[in-house]
Design a protein around this ligand. Structure first.
Ligand code: UDP
Ligand code: MG
Length: 336
C-alpha cells in the first residue's frame, strides 16, 4: 500500500467497504501463447488460490494460429477455467472486452499471458480493492528497457492524447488491472465497438490507485505489437479520445489565411507604388505546393475521423465467440 503512486491515488484512501468474500474473475487474453499459457495459468491459479478459493480464469483465445487452443483445452481439466475462443484475431482490446463481458466475479483482474505482469502484486491489488479502491492498475515505472524511439513515440502519444482533454489518461498505465464489478459494468455499458481500453478505463472514472511496477521479460514467444500495430493503436486512441487533430487545422487555416491577407495587402501596395515587373512566380509555385500539401493533410485527418464514424455506425460487434467452454465454479452462483 505504501508505494501506491501519489500522483494518481487520492491522498486519503476512501472508507473501507465490505468486499468479502472475494470472487475473482481473471481475464487472460492469449494470442499465439502456446509456450506461455499453461505454465502461466497454473502459476496464476496458485497465486489467486492464496487470496480466495472462489475464482475463475477466463482464457480468451484471440485467433491464435499456434497450439494455444490445445493448451487451453488441457487447462480445462482440473482448473476453474472458462475458455472463450474468438472466431479470429480481433486484437487485444476486443479480447479484453470479451473477457470483461463474460466475467462473473465481484472483482475482475486483467493480466497478460506472457508473465510480464508480476503475480507477486496480486495481494497488494487485492488489499487496495478491499480498502475501497474501485480500480487498481499497474504503471510501468521503468521503460529504459525499451528502445529510445518507442519511448519517444509513447511520450509524444500521451502528450497529444491528453492535451486539451478533460479526461486524462494516465501515461504508462497498461492493461494490468484489478477492478471492482462496478467498473466492469460501467465498461460493459459503453457502446463503442472500436475500444481503446486505456482511454475507457480513464473515462469511466471511479476511485483509482496506481501501483508502479517493472514489467518482467516475456517468458517465451514474441510480442504481438510491432511498430505498425502500435501505430494503429495510437491512431485509434487519438481518434477516439481527442478531437485535437481536427481542431489543429482550424488554427493552421486561420493563421495561413491571415498571413495570405497581409501578403496580399503588401503586394497591392507594392504594385501601386513600384509597378509590377511580374517577378515572384517561384514563390507562387512553392506556395501552391505547400498549401495543397497542407490541405491534403487536413483532409486526411478528416478522413481518419470519418472512417472511425463509418466503422462505428455499422454496429458490428467488437468480437465473435466461436467456442465457449465453461468450467467456472462461479457459473452456478450467477444463475438467477
Ligand atoms: N494479445 C491478444 N491479442 C492480440 C495481441 C496480443 O490477446 O492481438 C495478448 C497476448 O497474448 C498477451 C497480451 O495480449 O497476453 C499482451 O500482448 P503482447 O505481450 O504481445 O504485448 P506487449 O506486452 O508487448 O505490449
Ligand atoms: Mg507482453
Amino acid at each position: 500500500m505504501n508505494d501506491a503512486h501519489a500522483d494518481y491515488a487520492p491522498a486519503a484512501p476512501p472508507a473501507a467497504l465490505p468486499r468479502a468474500p472475494l470472487k475473482l474473475s481473471c481475464i487472460v487474453p492469449a494470442h499465439n501463447e502456446e509456450a506461455n499459457l499453461e505454465p502461466f495459468v497454473r502459476a496464476l491459479a496458485e497465486a489467486v488460490r492464496a487470496l480466495t478459493p472462489e475464482f475463475e480464469i477466463v482464457i480468451v483465445n484471440d485467433g491464435s494460429r499456434d497450439g494455444t487452443h490445445e493448451a487451453a483445452l488441457r487447462l480445462l481439466q482440473g482448473l476453474p477455467v472458462r475458455y472463450l475462443a474468438l472466431s479470429r484475431n480481433f486484437g487485444k482490446e476486443a479480447a479484453l472486452s470479451a473477457g470483461i463481458d463474460h466475467a462473473r466475479g465481484n472483482a475482475v483482474l486483467l493480466i497478460d499471458a506472457d508473465f510480464q505482469h508480476p503475480l507477486a502484486m496480486l495481494p497488494q491489488m487485492h488489499e487496495l480493492w478491499a480498502m475501497g479502491y474501485d480500480m487498481v492498475y499497474g504503471v510501468i515505472a521503468d521503460r529504459t528497457a525499451e528502445g529510445s524511439a518507442k519511448r519517444l513515440g509513447t511520450s509524444l502519444f500521451y502528450r497529444l492524447l491528453n492535451s486539451g482533454n478533460k479526461v486524462k489518461v494516465p501515461p504508462h498505465a497498461g492493461d494490468f488491472r484489478w477492478m471492482d464489478r462496478r467498473v466492469a459494468e460501467a465498461l460493459k455499458s459503453l457502446p463503442e465497438h472500436h475500444r481503446f481500453m486505456k482511454g475507457l478505463y480513464a473515462w469511466v472514472g471511479f476511485k483509482t490507485a496506481a501501483l508502479p511496477f517493472v514489467p518482467q521479460d516475456r517468458a517465451a514467444g514474441a510480442s504481438s505489437f510491432n511498430l505498425r500495430r502500435l501505430g494503429s493503436l495510437a491512431l485509434l486512441g487519438l481518434t477516439s479520445f481527442t478531437t485535437l487533430p481536427l481542431r489543429v487545422w482550424s488554427v493552421v487555416g486561420s493563421v495561413v489565411a491571415l498571413v495570405a491577407l497581409g501578403y496580399g495587402a503588401w503586394i497591392t501596395v507594392e504594385t501601386l507604388m513600384f509597378g509590377n515587373d511580374l517577378a515572384g512566380w517561384p514563390t507562387l509555385a512553392a506556395g501552391i505546393m505547400l498549401f495543397s500539401g497542407v490541405q491534403l493533410m487536413s483532409i486526411g485527418v478528416l478522413g481518419e475521423y470519418i472512417g472511425r464514424i463509418y466503422d462505428e455506425v455499422k454496429h458490428r460487434p467488437s468480437y465473435l465467440v466461436a467456442r465457449d467452454e465453461d468450467h467456472s465454479p462461479l457459473r452456478e452462483r450467477s444463475r438467477p
